[in-house]
Design a protein around this ligand. Structure first.
Ligand code: ADP
Ligand code: ADP
Ligand code: ZN
Ligand code: ZN
Length: 746
């Protein structure tokens, strides 16, 4: 019989404690709980992962290899799943061909429109596709910009070839290409490049003519470093590995295409018009404006195209993205914007009985915009889908059919089902979320006195309307305003005009070997602690000593490097990932072996590894509420919000003079309760003499501000002005003022 329930038995992914849960299908379920309690482990790493895994299994291996990889979750049993669509905040692709228009399919319809009714007639719709040879600008291959080698970053002139003067991967001493430069007798591998002649350096880099003129000519098939780099990296098909993309990002820069000036299309296609506008102009128009313009196309032959396009554009406007334009590269969107763009695509989908999984869909949304998002979630459900949402915003909890709380605490203290029921029932329950919901935080009555001010002068970035504004120093200022009003633009301008440190949610490290241990630099103090306690040399506990497992060299994994492809990693058979020899693992501190240290949480480590250097380094991570992280947990597994707090901790430890800090939505991923912790951390920064500027929608943060800069009144072109600057108590008449008032009466 067809199942109306999703049943999960014995889920044990990450911190989940053999969790059992039955969820209704076809409903909107909101998952709550303190940060780190296990919501993502349940919703993403268990439910979505199992659904993805099972779906992949239905495809032949060849297809499977091209699908996203899902690790099968640890659970005794999971039943009642259907295909799952994950709509998270991960930025939409690093692909420059991806724009708001292409990912929502609006561009497809616009192209179709131009192909049918443009003046003059140009051709089929592929003539308006910058991804198609028939339409693309030849110079930039339809990218709108051209990527050029950043040759100045290729070489370290102070080194010789032997010492690795060529900084490109694979070209250094020992690299695959090294011999083609060092061993051909043309260049002196022992002399620093600075001491070469300009002609020699040019020959090394550019080959061709430059090489032909040299006294000691290189072989006939010689290829300069730049030529070779561009051939390998820039003239290969699109789907580049992460590794290649990272190299490209490091060694190239891009500039606007000299031919199409960013329109991406060839001459014929970029000059044809509809309603007097070229397709490029339409791509640069605000979506809200375009949505009003398109219906004026009256040719009956294209009525269905006009209808479909208008529907897409209206959907974008509905979820508060009317201020974007179709040509906007998705790589420049914020996490919240990316998520909403992805949602639009699914609204148009006619699939039913799907499971949609959302990660904090209100991120980046002003309370005023949240209603549009909740409507959207309800619409998805009403089409017959199951909608699962991880969310901290009470406005979303309020529309849920059912709420599931995971907790009660973070990490090992969480991972259990603590509540399941309606919002009304939750408010009467005794859980961390219920407690936090019941608490009302007042507006700060006595704001701190600024030490001085820095001025943002004549700012015109993006939509800013020539704004000049003073930001008080030595206090906490919050930038508020509806999504797209210009908060980030103003913050970017602040950073451009003054020395400031941006503490964002970008990954702390993309290196999978980077952990809280490496990041805080406590590896050496830990080794010394083990040495002291056991009366043996500290070197024994180092990953590159005789104490390390001889087979994996202390890495715990065996890494197979496959030249230009992604490498392969497998757990070391000899040490089972424990990295050290048996003898070394016998030495203990407080009953722990050196390998056990990895499994300690930061909070446990502060207590059990009694050493001032370790305590000092870890204390700040505990202060920012990350005491639940494990010392050996790869930093690449941290959420955006966790990364941001790791960075705050580092600043708390390292900053010397008074510093200006800029934070973009630091409450992302934070439970109401953890927001108190965050606010204390920010207060702590101010107490250390720093200046803090925060972009934030969260009302608790706004209430605690010393100073407010409220932007608006609308998004995009309709915003970009300062509506108010001053203490929170004085704010009236704006969308932010209304949100504060409405929340107070709730
Ligand atoms: P939430 O979504 O409620 O904030 P998570 O499910 O992300 O919580 O995390 C629950 C616990 O599992 C945390 O202690 C977190 O540090 C840990 N955790 C999350 N992902 C991983 C991972 N890939 N490896 C190890 N531990 C993890
Ligand atoms: P907020 O931070 O208040 O949400 P933003 O400062 O991000 O607003 O955006 C203000 C306006 O500037 C919007 O119309 C937005 O689309 C535009 N904008 C922001 N970043 C870019 C960019 N990199 N390229 C083009 N337009 C941008
Ligand atoms: Zn071009
Ligand atoms: Zn090993």
């Amino acid at each position: 019989m067809y199942q109306r329930k999703i049943e999960i038995r014995g889920a044990r992914t990450n911190n989940l404690r053999s969790l059992d849960l039955v969820l209704p299908r076809g409903q909107l379920v909101v998952f709550v709980g303190v940060s780190g309690s296990g919501k993502s482990s349940l919703v993403f790493d268990t439910i979505a992962a199992e659904a993805g895994y099972q779906l992949n299994e239905t495809f032949p291996p060849f297809v499977r290899n091209r699908l996203p990889k899902w690790a099968r979750p640890e659970a005794s049993q999971i039943d009642g799943l259907s295909p799952v669509v994950v709509i998270d905040q991960r930025r939409i692709g690093g692909n420059a061909r991806s724009t708001v228009g292409t990912v929502t399919d609006a561009w497809t319809y616009l192209r179709l429109l131009f192909s049918r009714v443009s003046t003059p007639y140009v051709g089929e719709s592929n003539h308006f596709s910058f991804n198609d040879p028939a339409g693309m600008c030849r110079t930039c291959s339809g990218l709108g910009e051209v990527v050029v080698s950043a040759v100045d970053r290729f070489l370290d002139l102070d080194r010789s070839l032997k010492d690795g003067a060529i900084l490109l991967p694979g070209f250094g001493n020992g690299g695959y290409w090294y011999a083609q430069y060092a061993d051909i007798g043309t260049f002196d591998p022992d002399t620093p490049l600075r001491d070469w002649t300009q002609a020699e350096r040019d020959a090394l880099l550019f080959g061709g003519e430059h090489a032909a003129r040299l006294g000691r000519r290189p072989p006939k098939d010689y290829e300069g470093v730049v030529e070779r780099f561009e051939r390998i990296y820039l003239r290969t098909p699109d789907n580049l590995s992460d590794r290649k993309q990272e190299v490209i990002a490091r060694f190239t820069r891009s500039t606007v295409c000299p031919d199409c000036h960013g329109d991406r299309l060839n001459e014929a296609s970029r000059t044809a018009t509809v309603l007097g506008h070229t397709i490029g102009e339409m791509a640069r128009m605000e979506i809200a404006e375009l949505a009003a313009l398109v219906p004026r196309v009256s040719e009956p032959a294209v009525a269905p195209v006009v209808a479909a396009l208008t529907a897409r554009l209206d959907a974008l406007v509905t979820i508060g993205l009317g201020y974007l334009h179709l040509g906007r590269a998705t790589t420049t969107l914020s996490g919240g914007e990316s998520q909403r763009v992805k949602t639009v695509k699914h609204l148009g989908s006619s699939l039913v009985e799907m499971i949609y999984v959302f990660d904090e869909p209100t991120v980046g949304l002003h309370p005023q915009d949240v209603a549009a998002m909740t409507t959207l979630l309800q619409r998805l459900r009403d089409k017959g889908n199951t909608v699962l949402v991880v969310e901290h915003d009470p406005a979303v909890m309020a529309i849920a059919d059912q709420i599931v709380e995971i907790g009660p605490d973070a990490g090992d203290g969480g991972g259990r089902l603590v509540f399941q029921g309606t919002f009304a029932e939750l408010r009467r329950a005794d859980t961390p979320t219920a407690t936090a919901l019941a608490r009302q935080r007042p507006v700060k009555e006595r704001p701190r006195t600024p030490r001085g001010a820095v001025t943002i002068a004549a700012a015109t970035r993006n939509n800013l309307k020539n704004v000049t504004v003073d930001i008080p120093t030595g206090v906490m200022t919050v930038f508020t305003g509806v999504a797209g009003s210009g908060k980030s633009s103003l913050a970017a301008e602040l950073v451009a005009q003054h020395d400031a440190v941006v503490i964002d949610q970008r990954p702390v490290s993309t290196n999978r070997r980077s952990t809280p241990i490496t990041y805080t630099g406590i590896a050496a103090p830990i080794r010394r602690l083990f040495a002291r306690h056991n009366g043996v040399p500290a070197g024994l506990f180092s990953a590159n000593s005789e104490g390390a497992c001889p087979d994996c060299k202390g890495l715990g994994v065996i890494y197979t490097d496959l030249a230009f492809m992604e490498g392969q990693e497998t757990v070391c058979d000899t040490c089972q990932g424990r990295r050290f020899t048996r003898e070394v693992l016998r030495y203990r501190v407080d009953g722990l072996s050196i390998a056990d240290v990895d499994d300690l949480t930061i909070a446990e480590a502060v207590r059990r590894l009694a050493d001032p250097a370790i305590t000092r380094a870890l204390r700040h991570l505990e202060e920012v509420g990350l005491g639940y992280l494990r010392l050996g947990q790869p930093l690449s597994t941290l959420s955006g919000g966790e990364c941001q707090r790791v960075k705050i901790a580092k600043e708390l430890r390292d900053a010397t003079g008074p510093t200006l800090y800029v934070l973009d939505e630091p409450t992302t991923g934070l439970h109401l309760r953890d927001i108190d912790t965050l606010l204390n951390v920010l207060d702590n920064l101010v107490a250390h003499g720093h200046t803090v500027v925060v972009i934030e929608h969260n009302l608790d943060v706004i209430r605690r501000a010393d100073w407010l800069v409220d932007l608006g009144p609308g998004p995009g072109r309709h915003g970009g002005q300062i509506l108010y600057q001053g203490p929170v108590a004085g704010l009236t008449g704006t969308a932010t003022a209304r949100a504060l008032r409405d929340a107070a009466v709730r």
